[in-house]
Design a protein around this ligand. Structure first.
Ligand SMILES: Cc1cc2nc3c(=O)[nH]c(=O)nc-3n(C[C@H](O)[C@H](O)[C@H](O)COP(=O)(O)OP(=O)(O)OC[C@H]3O[C@@H](n4cnc5c(N)ncnc54)[C@H](O)[C@@H]3O)c2cc1C
Ligand SMILES: *[C@@H]1O[C@H](CO)[C@@H](O)[C@H](O)[C@H]1NC(C)=O
Ligand SMILES: *[C@@H]1O[C@H](CO)[C@@H](O)[C@H](O)[C@H]1NC(C)=O
Length: 668
């Protein structure tokens, strides 16, 4: 019934033409009243239902933010330490428009890593009109400060997802639940991430292509990485694998601790080469390449949207929460979306396509709310089924263990929050974009290894190592430990005793977990978060690989480059692992199960695959199977784990997705 009414509205308004001139940014626009979308009062499920947990930005305890408040040059108001809105990046409609129109060529849902580049490319050359809808708000001055990266996970800049309780993981975390924050901002997770720039290896992409995903081999995707990139990397000025004219700035981190060099020196002792890990010769160690620009965070929004705010044909609407894709059940075509903004509900139509770029949790969530997903599952919530697909049935993630700590007998080697929180350091950062405030919250170096548990042939890693010049104790438990929801009693017992000595950690990332998770609807209410199941460490190989990784890290630190600073493994037994001998395999397994931290790379929930793949949700051109004019373009389409953190891959998917759409509609 509802579908029919919609279709009628759709056909009536199809013939309204634009009253504004698409050819000139500066031209004044005249928009007829009837071209605007008319909001309707909310019925049924409305915004801010009490079940959605709300968090306040000003409750985060941070000595760095405190000192920023006291830095006279920044002119902050100490009475209103609003880290969410200071110099907040505003997205207003271009001049001449007073609200969203009733119809656009393309509607992009989610201005994240992928959505930002996608919307910017589709609106290039003013050949098509684009509406970009984003649930979050613009970045603030604070989100651009790299050292503050972990702060925003506990603010309104993040969706506060929790994994369903899984016995035997996240045992040391609040209510034994793993915390899965995701970016909620114009720029998406690239506004709160750690800025590590990684692309995945030729083997990864060639395997994806070999399973029937034409157009996704390394040779195919490399040009898209290069297209976006504006690299400024020492020693790589002539590398053919880096772009120099793109919008996304990739730089060396200007701040380096002495431990970063020790990490590379130690790796050398074990025969690891120093490499450009974003080239085909990736198997080695390196300083991190980061998505920063002059020391400040280069989010996808900053790279692709900031300079395009005036485009008359690109309407960016923050604080706009999409609740449904409108689909004509007879033609099985996406015709628009419904979204909530400031308590009002709008239905806007797409003349050409609707594109979901809402990330690996919300894109599948929106598909299911719109009738696309596992048939029985949708039916059990009373959702009319439009297309039976395995939405949400695959989910992979990269887990890590931030719990190791090595203490030092020297000082000034690590970033201790208490010590670096000085007005001088703030001014240094504000003026020159360097100093400790430009550190990626301590993460400095990266290395790929293959443990002896791996069954892969050749140089294909199963573990990524991340060298850091900080540990969980470096911020006195106020930020990083809180960001993973580590229990206070756990922190106090294990880490508080080393707050007054310098300490650091080396993280591992389990690159190719065999454990597979999934996600499902919690209810038919779009404001209810879906149920998330990580199924971490349910495959024994994952446990064995994680344990090997820890032993490898300990070996790496037990070398002269680290010894000279007195680096010593901190041997405090975890309260959750008292029944195992410290350092035994069982102990390390228990340790990883106590502090099981995601690195936030959930993927595959709208898996890409050829028609022969029964688990695929989108085809290799990212079109949703069985539904016309609907694509998913974000990290959720990645069909399998890759040797990478997923920001740059999501941006690449956005770039490639834009080209696929342009080809379909002959917009060149
Ligand atoms: C804390 C953290 C640290 C990370 N660190 C790194 C790192 O150092 N390096 C790296 O490469 N990767 C990192 N990642 C991962 C990487 O940032 C993500 O994989 C990537 O940003 C995903 O891009 P995306 O476009 O798929 O989704 P996102 O960037 O998450 O974008 C989705 C967007 O859609 C919006 N949205 C969702 N639902 C709706 C709706 N219903 N209506 C309107 N808008 C909606 C969201 O608010 C969001 O802005 C990190 C992620 C997190 C969370
Ligand atoms: C792998 O190496 C570790 C030492 O790091 C050793 O204890 C273990 O026995 C080895 N396992 C195999 C299968 O070779
Ligand atoms: C730290 O320990 C190392 C190794 O034991 C030693 O060589 C070094 O002199 C010590 N440094 C300080 C400052 O005590």
């Amino acid at each position: 019934m509802k579908g029919k009414i919609l279709i009628i509205i759709y056909f009536i308004s199809c013939n309204i033409s634009y009253g504004y001139n698409l050819d000139d940014d500066e031209a004044t626009v005249s928009v007829d009243e009837e071209e605007y979308a008319i909001p309707v009062p909310c019925r049924g499920y409305c915004e801010h239902t009490p079940r959605e947990k709300r968090v306040a930005g000003s409750t985060v305890k941070s000595r760095i933010i405190d000192v920023m408040m006291r830095t006279p040059q920044l002119h902050l108001n100490p009475d209103e330490p609003d880290i969410l809105s200071f110099l907040n990046d505003k997205y207003e409609l271009p001049e001449g428009f007073k609200g969203p129109l009733s119809e656009y060529d393309f509607i992009v849902v989610g201005a994240g890593s992928a959505g930002s580049v996608l919307a910017s490319r589709l609106s290039e050359g003013r050949k098509a009109s684009v509406l970009l809808l984003e649930a979050g708000r613009g970045e603030s001055w604070f989100t651009a400060v790299p050292i503050l990266a972990p702060v925003f996970q506990q603010t309104e800049y993040a969706w506060q997802y929790l994994m369903e309780h899984q016995p035997g993981v996240c045992v040391g975390m609040t209510n034994e639940r793993c915390f899965w924050p995701r970016g909620k901002a114009v720029g998406g997770s690239s506004v709160i991430n750690y800025m590590i720039y990684t692309r995945g290896t030729p083997i990864d992409w060639d395997r994806i292509a070999a399973s029937g995903n034409y157009g996704w081999s390394y040779k195919d995707v490399l040009p898209y990485y290069i297209k976006s990139e504006r690299a400024n990397l020492k020693g790589l000025k002539d590398s053919p694998y880096h772009g120099r004219t793109g919008e996304l700035s990739v730089e060396d981190v200007p701040f380096r601790s002495k431990l970063s060099k020790a990490f590379l020196d130690a790796a050398k002792l074990y025969g690891h080469r120093k490499v450009d890990y974003n080239s085909p010769d990736f198997f080695g160690f390196s300083y991190i390449q980061a998505t920063i620009s002059n020391g400040r965070r280069a989010s996808s929004a900053r790279a692709f949207l900031h300079n395009n705010k005036k485009r008359k044909n690109l309407h960016i609407l923050p604080n706009s929460r999409v609740t449904k894709v409108l689909i004509d059940p007879n033609t099985k075509s996406a015709i628009g979306v419904e979204f909530h903004k400031n308590g009002q509900v709008y239905q806007v139509r797409a003349k050409k396509e609707v594109i979901l770029s809402a990330g690996p949790i919300e894109s599948p969530h929106l598909l299911m709310l719109s009738g696309i997903g596992p048939k029985e599952h949708l039916k059990s919530f009373g959702i009319p089924v439009i297309q039976d697909l395995k939405v949400g049935e695959s989910l992979y993630d990269h887990i890590s263990f931030p719990g190791l700590a090595f203490t030092l007998n020297s000082t000034r080697l690590t970033v201790v929050e208490k010590k670096i929180s000085t007005i001088d350091n703030v001014i240094q950062f504000d003026h020159y974009g360097d100093g400790p405030m430009s550190s990626l919250a301590g993460v400095e170096t990266i290395g790929y290894i293959k443990t002896n548990v791996s069954k892969e042939l050749g140089d294909y890693p199963d573990i990524e190592l991340l060298g850091s010049c900080a540990s969980l104790a470096s911020d006195e438990g106020n930020i990083v430990a809180k960001g993973i929801h580590l229990e206070d009693w756990f922190y106090k017992d294990v880490y508080q005793p080393i707050e007054n000595v310098e300490s650091f950690t080396v993280l591992f990332m389990l690159l190719h977990p065999k454990s597979k998770g999934f996600l499902q609807l919690r209810s038919a209410n779009p404001f209810d978060y879906p149920k998330l199941y990580g199924n971490y460490l349910t495959h024994p190989d994952d446990v064995a690989t994680a344990v090997e990784a820890i032993k490898y890290i300990i070996k790496l630190i037990d070398t002269p480059p680290f010894k000279k600073f007195g680096a010593t493994l901190y041997k405090k037994q975890f309260p959750t692992c008292k029944h195992f001998n410290f350092g035994s395999d069982n102990y390390w397994e228990c340790a990883v199960r106590s502090i099981t931290a995601t690195l936030h790379h959930q993927i595959a929930t709208c898996k890409m695959g050829p028609p022969s793949d029964p688990t695929a949700v989108v085809d290799p051109e990212l079109r949703v199977y069985g539904v016309n004019r609907l694509r998913v373009i974000d990290s959720s389409v990645l069909p399998r784990t890759i040797v990478a953190h997923t920001n740059a891959p999501a941006i690449m998917i956005g770039e490639k997705g834009a080209d696929l759409i342009k080809k379909t509609w002959k917009i060149i």
